[in-house]
Design a protein around this ligand. Structure first.
Ligand SMILES: [Zn+2]
Length: 378
């Protein structure tokens, strides 16, 4: 076992052993990021980087670290410190256990392995780095509202970013976004016996649901992005009516639309308005939350630096892909920072048994070091 692997294992175990369940996501067990941030800050400062906490929200710190290599570009390495909750887990969530190549615990895979790799990479780079600034962004709250990533891009400028969400060694150049839309239909309340007066808003929404499903099947699934696949929507929540013997005066439908790079929230709303109108209904359509998709130009310098670094460390070029789920990467991308994702292997994110492959974490640390050196080489 290499010294390198020993140190990533030790750092990763340290991170897993400190609960950092997102309190916005799971109020009953949410410990937040304060304790883990203190550990990460202390470790980075003890290993040659300059690290400090930045409050993204009250009690919700990011850990930001810097290695000053003089003039040159700034590159950011990003992982999130929060995890989902532990309900239903079949292993001790906060007692890291190593078995052969696997390290088990809540967050080991999503994504404390990546945070450990960034910390070890920062320590390695701190010993000798020239030609720019390397920053670590160990952020809060990715699992809920990404207040950590948004706070980081508000405070800091950068020329490139490598996000390290688990990706099985693929180089991720795109992911989908999503838009949450509320559709509200108004009926006419009346006593249940008064078919001559009452109009059920639920009936209206029923016809809207049918039209939306048809639109999803016949239009959205044909709209395919080469890296992330088809667009889609689903009817997620519905609420309406006040009692059995009353015609429902209002019905509210919440729809989630997963978007492709290039699609905007306004375009999504306009399209759904058209679907509702074509169904002959007069429901209102409003967007109430959205997250951008990510796309990174495959010719961008950071892409070639990570691609070459992976080839050097792993011995073969990474597969270049996109993923369907949303990541913090889009927050950096939307701030104008060319951003890619490269991360370790494992399984069980948000599930009963979570583990990360330790050699893939050690490789990630090596890839980050090699990519940063390439990026800052003039
Ligand atoms: Zn994650």
């Amino acid at each position: 076992m290499s010294a390198h692997r020993l140190s990533v294992t030790e750092v990763l175990a340290g991170l897993v052993n400190i609960p950092s369940v997102n309190p916005s996501l799971v109020p009953s067990e949410g410990t937040g990021e304060a304790a883990i941030a203190e550990f990460a800050c202390g470790w980075l400062n003890a290993h040659g980087a300059t690290a400090w906490p930045e409050e993204a929200a009250p009690g919700r710190p990011n850990v930001v670290a810097r290695i000053d290599g003089g003039d040159g570009p700034t590159v950011v390495l990003c992982a999130h410190l929060d995890t989902v909750g532990t309900a239903g887990m079949r292993i001790p969530p906060f007692e890291a256990r190593v078995d052969e190549d696997r390290l088990y615990g809540r967050g080991a895979y999503d994504m404390k392995g990546s945070a450990a790799a960034i910390m070890v990479a920062m320590a390695t780079l701190a010993a000798h780095h020239r030609g720019g600034q390397v920053m670590a962004a160990l952020v809060a709250d990715e699992e809920y509202a990404s207040v950590g990533a948004f706070d980081f891009v508000r405070r800091h400028r950068a020329d490139a970013c490598i996000v390290t969400e688990p990706a099985e060694g693929d180089l991720v150049l795109a992911h989908k976004g999503f838009v949450w839309v509320e559709i509200v239909a108004v009926g006419r309340a009346a006593h249940g016996s008064r078919w001559d007066l009452g109009v059920s808003a639920i009936g209206k929404i029923g016809r809207v649901v049918a039209a939306l499903e048809e639109f999803d099947r016949t239009e959205l699934r044909r709209r395919v992005h080469p890296r992330v696949g088809p667009a889609s929507l689903h009817c997620a929540l519905v609420e309406g009516g006040t009692g059995l013997s009353t015609y429902a005066s209002e019905c509210r439908l919440k729809v989630e639309r997963r978007t492709l790079p290039g699609e905007t929230p306004d375009q999504v709303r306009d399209e759904l308005e058209t679907v509702v109108r074509n169904a002959g209904e007069d429901a209102t359509v409003e967007t109430f939350f959205s997250r951008d998709p990510l796309t990174c130009d495959p010719q961008a310098r950071i892409v070639s630096c990570v691609r070459d670094a992976v080839t050097e460390v792993v011995g073969q070029k990474p597969r270049e892909t996109g993923v369907a789920y949303w990541m913090d990467a889009a927050v950096f991308g939307a701030a104008g920072i060319p951003t890619v994702n490269y991360g370790p292997s494992g399984a069980g994110a948000h599930e009963a048994v979570e583990w990360v492959d330790v050699p893939s974490v050690a490789r990630l640390a090596d890839v980050l070091v090699a990519a940063v050196r390439r990026f800052c080489r003039r």
